[in-house]
Design a protein around this ligand. Sequence first.
Ligand code: CP3
Length: 348
Amino acid sequence: MTPADSVFLRACRRQPVEHTPVWFMRMAGRSLPEYRALREGTPMLTACATPDLIVEITMQPVRRYGVDAAIFFSDIVVPLKAIGIDLDIKPGVGPVVEDPIRSAEALRALRPIEPGDVSYVTEAIESLVKELGDVPLIGFAGAPFTLASYLIEGGPSKNHDHTKAMMYGRPDLWHGLMERLTDITIAYLRIQAEAGASALQLFDSWVGAVAPDDYRTFVQPYTSRIFAGLADLGVPRIHFGVGTGELLGQLGEVGADVVGVDWRVPLDRAAQRVGPGKALQGNLDPAVLLAPWEVVETRARDVLARGRMAEGHVFNLGHGVLPSTDPDQLARLTDLVHESRVVAAESR
Ligand code: CP3
């Protein structure tokens, strides 16, 4: 076995699998006591620039749960920090940008990224690929809209007011910003694939804030350019956003191989909206894990059953693991998904 034969990559490619593969967004993080212990006293962005810590934190959920893929431990703002944007990740808050980008002059700070800016990423991925053996590693980046929101707002935002003010009011600036973020994102994802990542996920977490017509004008061209710019790498490309029910058709058009679905749209309906030729990833509500196991089991079986309506299915949550999640629930859930082949075989 190599990562290339793994159930995860085969499901991404819509090939037959003996069981549904599973991993969890934010599976490395505060829900794990071993993560909290290792991070003690180390700021998030320092951890993200330290290869030994990246490797160890990435491995923690793989060892604990036996998931079918690892996700590189980092954050979407790491490439922005690497090109010199003054930002930090504040515990319990998220990314905070010192000087929000709201002018043509400020745009210039977004220079192209080069491999030397993120040598710790390359180094950590090379070590991880050796340590993971047959388990594929997912590299990732934030998509331009979601990165733009942090850069323009200066931090997390509920309504994305400044972001939309620029999008509607200063389209010249908006498109200039999106062009630069697109170039950075393509280059950064290529660095990860060339270092050995077996799949790439583009997180457009906050794009659900945008209406379909605006998505088409202000976001879609850039997302399409990113996926086209990765096509020659031959690795599955996954695209995920939250609150994207009305955008699923368009997310199926941007060139991703796999579309991630949040918990709001059942996977059978999502498969219809996304259209043919795509695998789906998702979509158990992360909050279900806070309920007793019997509830998790019923809900997970429903996700698996609906996922069979898609051409390929990678089991995941509809968004990241909540910090208060009991890791034992994720361990049982991983086992349940792996045993699902029995159910699948019996129902045939
Ligand atoms: O999925 C994984 O296990 C890999 C690690 C990962 C992190 N961030 C680690 C992290 C990934 C894939 C991300 C991506 C990311 N970061 C996204 C897209 C995914 C999503 O959740 O929608 C976004 C929007 C961010 C921005 C960000 N960074 C937020 C909202 C936060 C949480 C703030 C908080 O403290 O509640 C962060 C910080 C962050 N990124 C943490 C982790 C483990 C917590 C930092 C800590 O442990 O102190």
